[in-house]
Ligand binder design. Structure first.
Ligand SMILES: [Mn+2]
Length: 427
């Protein structure tokens, strides 16, 4: 697998030099300053490519912009309202412009309104660092008592409602403000910044939109963009819902194996695929994540490796982001499935036989605790995660190479790493 690293552009407090020292082989980024529905112009794409590939002293970083995360799907497209037809034209133009620049892996998601959502961005861990967390009771406090959404009571079991009422009664104002900010302020990669009042307005747009409508709209969106992506050689890949269950009464439709099965069957093209995020999928105990890696292997175009520990199995809705090899997702089994898929692609002559992966999120440890980088994207925590994941990849590939003794011509991420990032850079 190709070991990539998310970078939020020049304003990111973690630099490309940090990415290089972490061993990154490629960069995942987006034009975060362009609003959803607008065109990504050729000039802006090439400027970001230049930023990725050039050190401050003008020499090459050796890095390239490998994956777009994300090319956002506008709310108008998701609801098929307003300017949605124009937004789809713009989406196709952006794909054309990206393909012209040689960028052909494009991640997106189809979550209404809120992107990824947490109640804690820095929950203390036993080792002294911090991690992100989603606590259903805290979320219910937000929904029932801070946002005050009509009908929200129907969405939580009585025990959660009672616990939320008690917690809210004792909650200091500073914590309720923080909770509101954590849920609404817009996390990295999310398209919008919300206030409580704009969030209430936006939720109204979805009042009549049921899950089946949103699924249909997703298929219509893909039907409009996938033929164009096919011609360009672009592979779209849909990130799962995070967390993978409905929030604030909004439908979430990309949470389970059944969700992906029905979408990928309905739009049966290599240009319509999956971003395989072990952390998002792993937050549901009924998702068998290694089995999903096997089932959807052919359509996986991009991989996020992250782990979670679920904290309330009865409700299976609360979790924290554990270390990459901690948590409940069997990371070795997932990586083994993905490496097997890479070998299969080589055997059948697919050109996309090296799958880009990145360490998704990381706990805040050491210098991360004072660097104040984007929530979830610390330098040291991700470096540690990538190093651990790379160790698993090396070990599995070495075992595979030994097992197929004499057939050493099989490409592997291990060899490409040795050829790429380990080479000394000219001073
Ligand atoms: Mn992810």
């Amino acid at each position: 697998m190709r070991q990539t690293w998310r970078w939020f552009g020049p304003a990111d407090k973690n630099s490309l030099a940090d990415a290089l020292q972490a061993g990154a082989q490629g960069i995942v980024t987006a034009l975060h300053h362009i609003a959803p529905g607008e065109v990504w112009p050729v000039d802006a794409i090439s400027e970001r490519q230049r930023q990725v590939s050039t050190r401050p002293d003008g020499k090459s970083t050796g890095l390239h912009w490998d994956v777009v995360e994300s090319l956002p799907v506008s709310e108008s497209i998701k609801t098929m309202s307003g300017d949605w037809r124009q937004h789809i034209q713009h989406y196709n133009t952006s794909l054309t412009n990206l393909a012209k620049a040689g960028i052909r892996t494009v991640c997106y998601n189809f979550m209404p309104v809120l992107d990824w959502t947490r109640t804690d961005l820095a929950a203390p861990m036993a080792h002294g660092g911090t991690a992100m967390r989603f606590d259903l009771t805290d979320f219910a406090v937000f929904d029932l008592h801070i946002l005050g959404r009509g009908g929200a009571g129907n969405d939580y079991p009585e025990s959660v409602r009672e616990q939320a009422a008690r917690r809210f009664a004792q909650m200091p104002q500073s914590r309720s403000a923080e909770l509101a900010s954590n849920v609404t302020a817009g996390l990295p990669g999310s398209a919008e910044q919300w206030t409580l009042s704009s969030l209430r307005d936006k939720l109204k747009d979805y009042e009549a939109l049921e899950a089946r409508h949103l699924r249909q709209n997703h298929i219509v969106f893909l039907t409009e963009v996938v033929p164009h992506a096919e011609r360009l050689g672009v592979r779209l890949c849909c990130h799962p819902d995070d967390p993978p269950f409905p929030l604030l009464g909004l439908p979430r439709i990309m949470s389970t194996a059944a969700d992906y099965r029905s979408l990928l069957d309905a739009v049966d093209s290599p240009a319509a695929g999956m971003t395989f995020c072990t952390g998002s999928l792993g937050a549901r105990s009924d998702n068998d994540v290694p089995a999903m890696a096997h089932e959807f292997a052919e359509r996986i175009h991009f991989v996020h490796l992250r782990n979670v520990t679920r904290q309330d199995e009865a409700l299976h809705c609360s979790f924290f982001e554990d270390e990459h090899l901690g948590g409940q997702v069997d990371m070795v089994a997932v990586i083994a499935a993905l490496l097997a898929e890479e070998r299969r692609r080589v055997a059948v002559g697919r050109t996309d036989c090296v799958i880009p992966m990145r360490p998704d999120h990381g706990q805040n440890i050491l210098d991360d605790l004072t660097r104040d980088a984007q929530p979830g994207y610390p330098a040291v925590g991700r470096l540690k995660g990538l190093a651990e994941l790379r160790g698993i990849m090396h070990a599995l590939e070495a075992m595979q190479d030994a097992a197929i003794d004499g057939r050493a011509a099989v490409p592997s991420a291990r060899r490409s790493h040795q050829e790429g990032a380990d080479a000394p850079v000219e001073a």
